[in-house]
Design a protein around this ligand. Structure first.
Ligand code: FAD
Length: 415
């Protein structure tokens, strides 16, 4: 196919989701030329609606906090967990790391459009309905092939490419960087509903994470929005779905009906939106950077949804990459491994330790039975609020050892 057009830009960002919009705005604010190429037209649906406090630090850094605060999203002040008769909640106002006491629960179609619009208002050019279809990193500068909706193509040559393409995983696919995740294949079935929850004890300012009464590796999220609706989903290993109906709505309702407190909470719910499924979402890569590119957010690694860490990791990676790239574009010598990949991975690995602990049951024991130890609860609350890079927190500095000790203590105090 003849390629007739060639454009030269300083930074091209692939994808206008949270990592792309934040990275682009941060670089633009430093005076760089930034173009975002986004495959879809916004607003578009995305899963991932419960935010952590720490992600607002990057929204603020990108000059978007006022707009997000004015958008009327549901305020979130923590996370609640329920299993059988146990209930435990963590307050983001009471964390070891000093951080924002509240954050938001958002419909991502609205939130992501707001961030992309804010980036555009700051001077970032955003092109929707155009997809990156090929990448050539062999020449002195990277070249991307872009396909428009009408099928026509053009090329962009850039000083640097940030891949923020999320589950599209554009550069990992095109440059053969994909690596298997060490998590088993799990899947999620989810929907949005008119919840009509009338329980006086239900706290709309918290995500409710519920553990299945029999299978502790099966869990549910319930994320209330500010308009009387909520996002509701179940996560389980693929084999747990085998005895469930193929129909996704019936499948989700089947799991809920096995979980008495959820069934009771949702007894008046209007199920007005067809359920969807996403499977095998955990992913990894061989490297987070290379000559002329870096990978952000889900385009790099995605762990697991259980602690709502995805958007926070995505924005953290955007902020860290933008800072290194800014210096590189000014002509400074930078070390992407030392200044970006390694420190980013330390926090991701903290989350990883708690995700593993969730599925092997040890972190669930801590969550449900750590009882009244306020200092320890504040350290755990800090991680649940996203402050997984603050190594002054012993549960961040030594996650596996601390978790093991605390889980043993919780198990022995339960007798
Ligand atoms: P995305 O938000 O996926 O944005 C990527 C963008 O790139 C998209 O708009 C896409 O159209 C575009 N794109 C893709 N390919 C191309 C291409 N070829 N050319 C141009 N553009 C392209 N996270 C949370 O923080 N809280 C939660 O509660 C939460 N719940 C989750 C529940 C489930 C079941 C799952 C699977 C994930 C959940 N996550 C959650 C994770 C969250 O969805 C992601 O981590 C987050 O969306 C990543 O943001 P991103 O900017 O990296 O990518």
């Amino acid at each position: 196919m003849p390629i007739t057009e060639m454009e030269r830009r300083q930074v091209v960002v692939i994808g206008a989701g949270p990592s792309g919009a934040i990275a682009a705005a941060l670089l633009k604010r430093q005076g760089h030329d930034v173009l975002i190429i986004e495959r879809q037209l916004f607003p578009r649906f995305s899963i991932g609606e419960s935010l952590l406090s720490h992600c607002l630090d990057f929204v603020e850094e990108a000059g978007m906090l006022d707009a997000v605060q004015a958008a009327g999203f549901q305020v979130k002040n923590g996370a609640a967990f329920a299993w059988r008769d146990e209930y435990s909640d963590f307050d983001f106002g009471d964390t070891f790391s000093a951080g924002k006491p509240t954050t938001f629960q958002v419909e991502r179609a609205v939130f992501d459009k707001l961030l992309a619009d804010q980036a555009e208002l700051q001077g970032v050019e955003v092109r929707y309905q155009q997809a990156i279809v090929a990448a050539d990193f062999a020449a002195a500068k990277p070249r991307l092939s872009v396909r428009r909706e009408d099928g026509s193509e053009y090329q962009v040559e850039a000083d640097f490419v940030l891949d923020a393409s999320g589950y599209g995983r554009v550069l990992p696919r095109l440059l053969d960087l994909e690596a298997p995740s060490n998590f088993p294949i799990r899947q999620a079935v989810f929907t949005h509903v008119e919840d009509h929850i009338d329980s006086p004890t239900f706290d709309r300012k918290k995500i409710l994470v519920s553990t299945h009464p029999e299978h502790r590796d099966v869990w549910f999220w319930l994320i209330p929005f500010s308009n009387g609706r909520c996002s509701m989903g179940v996560v389980a290993a693929a084999e747990r779905f085998k005895d469930k109906p193929d129909d996704l709505d019936a499948c989700l309702r089947g799991f809920i009906n096995e979980t008495p407190h959820l069934k009771a909470l949702l007894h008046k719910t209007v199920w007005d939106t067809p359920a969807r499924m996403i499977s095998g979402y955990s992913a990894n890569v061989k490297t987070l950077h290379g000559p002329g590119f870096a990978l952000l957010g889900n385009a790099a690694e995605f762990l697991d949804p259980v602690f709502s860490s995805g958007v926070t990791i995505a924005m953290r990676s955007a902020s860290m990459a933008a800072a290194v790239l800014h210096r590189q574009l000014l002509g400074e010598s930078v070390d992407w491994q030392k200044e970006f990949a390694a420190p980013l991975k330390r926090g991701v690995d903290t989350f990883r330790a708690y995700v593993e602990g969730w599925y092997d049951g040890s972190f669930q024991d801590v969550i449900y039975f750590a009882g009244g130890q306020p200092g320890i609860r504040a350290m755990i609350s800090s991680i649940l609020a996203g402050y997984a890079w603050d190594e002054r927190n012993p549960f961040v500095a030594e996650p596996k050892r601390r978790l093991r000790m605390l889980a043993e203590f919780c198990a022995s105090s339960r007798g």
